[in-house]
Design a protein around this ligand. Structure first.
Ligand code: ARG
Length: 421
């Protein structure tokens, strides 16, 4: 792709500085005749993005952009997901899945600024991440061509190394990890290698953020988390912005071995995969938040919220962040969270985060109604009339159908499996 003056068009490449995306710089240039603008986002993966930017330029990118998007990530992606209670299949706090739509959106902005004609990423052809990137590009900028070199080039690691050597690309001498790893502030994911056998216990080297619970301190540690309208705002009385709050909880939880998740998950592309996650802050915050909701939400709201949480998690996991359905659900969550303010006390101990206390100015818990001691204001007599009506339809059905003619009640489920089933 080139214009009439022979100037090449540009492509914005999601650049991590690793082997694959480095090889992509000259590869895309050769294969697609495009100038590469490298694009790196800091989502709290703990890497020096300025160094990565410099490497991109050395590798042949015509320009390189590095953006610190940690605050945006936490405020507009992570905390809404937390407020929604979004855990994919009840387990995975969705760190990677939340990062992708943000990266893709920032890439589209960058493409507009640079009048680029294409975007490129390093995802493989069998994961969820390609879906999240491509669907976001497709939604926000259908005119941009999408290039995913790993999906098409079929290079082995050795071939990629050879290609890098031929093009003078520096490859760090560190030994290649046996795992495929993705990291941001909200969590670390680890897959492949021995983990591909779901029977195999994850070896300690699969973990990087958490101490083994066996080696965690013998003394428990307590942390008090304050929430305002569903958002965490303070730790142990200290008001903190989202980024440092999460960083602190990751360190604290990690020290106590909290946040390890072993998940055989259902990928969007139809396969099951076994993943090991570490997400101390996410695990602690989800648990604390859910406990606060038990005080602040009505029974019906709490129940309905579990459905919303599941839908929300699916939207995120399946790459549909930029949908009207998500906007609608988000409005529900905002409204639903307006009374979810208060304090939660969590005990961290040998791999566990245990909520041991919760309080809220909006608490629906009434000691006067709950107590078995003096001061009880619950109307015990009213219970009788209530129960008569509550059981009325079941009583009626039993008499007219189930027990008719003096039949006994068939106990469900006692037969056990028949042989051969
Ligand atoms: N399975 C997780 C997800 O789909 C994590 C993916 C991690 N990505 C990676 N490139 N290692 O969100």
């Amino acid at each position: 792709m080139a214009d009439s003056k022979g100037k090449r068009d540009r492509v914005i490449l999601a650049y991590s500085g690793g082997l694959d995306t480095s090889v992509m710089v000259p590869w895309i240039g050769e294969k697609y005749n495009l100038d590469v603008v490298a694009f790196t986002v800091d989502l709290g993966q703990g890497e020096d993005i300025e160094k990565i930017r410099a490497k991109a330029l050395k590798t042949g990118a015509v320009d390189a952009v590095a953006i610190d998007a940690r605050n945006l990530f936490v405020d507009c992606f992570v905390f809404p997901a937390l407020m929604a209670g979004a855990l994919y299949e009840g387990k995975y706090p969705l760190a990677t899945a939340l990062g992708r739509p943000l990266i893709a959106k920032l890439m589209v902005d960058c493409a507009r600024e640079h009048q680029a004609k294409a975007v490129a990423h390093g995802c493989t052809g069998k994961g969820n991440d390609q879906v999240r990137f491509d669907v976001t590009f497709q939604t926000l900028a259908p005119d941009l061509k999408i290039i995913a070199p790993v999906r098409e080039w079929k290079m082995s690691r050795d071939e990629a190394l050879e290609y890098a050597a031929r093009h003078g690309i520096e490859v760090e001498a560190t030994k290649k990890s046996p795992y495929s790893i993705d990291v941001n502030l909200w969590g670390r994911s680890c897959e492949a290698g021995v983990l591909e056998d779901p029977w195999e216990e994850p070896p300690e080297d699969a973990y990087a953020w958490t101490t083994s619970p066996l080696k965690a301190p013998d003394e428990p540690e307590y942390v008090e988390i304050e929430f305002e309208q569903g958002r965490p705002v303070a730790l142990n009385g200290e008001r903190l912005d989202g980024v440092p709050l999460i960083e602190k909880l990751n360190a604290l939880g990690g020290k106590h071995g909290v946040g390890r998740i072993d998940h055989v998950e259902n990928r969007l592309v139809g396969i099951k995969s076994r993943e090991i996650y570490e997400a101390p802050a996410a695990v602690i915050l989800h648990q604390a938040h859910q406990e606060l909701e038990t005080l602040c939400l009505s029974k019906q709201a709490q129940r309905f919220k579990t459905i919303v949480a599941q839908e929300y998690a699916d939207i995120i996991y399946n790459g549909l962040w930029f949908s009207a359905f998500h906007q609608d659900l988000f409005q529900f969550v905002l409204s639903n969270q307006r009374f979810v303010s208060g304090l939660v006390r969590v005990k961290l101990y040998k791999g566990q985060a245990i909520v041991v206390g919760r309080q809220s100015e909006h608490s629906l818990y009434s000691k006067k109604l709950a107590t078995y001691e003096a001061g009880d204001q619950f109307d015990h007599e009213a219970a009788q009339g209530f129960i008569r009506l509550w059981g009325l339809s079941q009583q009626t059905q039993a008499q007219l159908q189930l027990l008719k003619g003096g039949k006994g009640f068939d106990l469900p489920g006692l037969a056990g499996p028949k042989s051969g089933q």
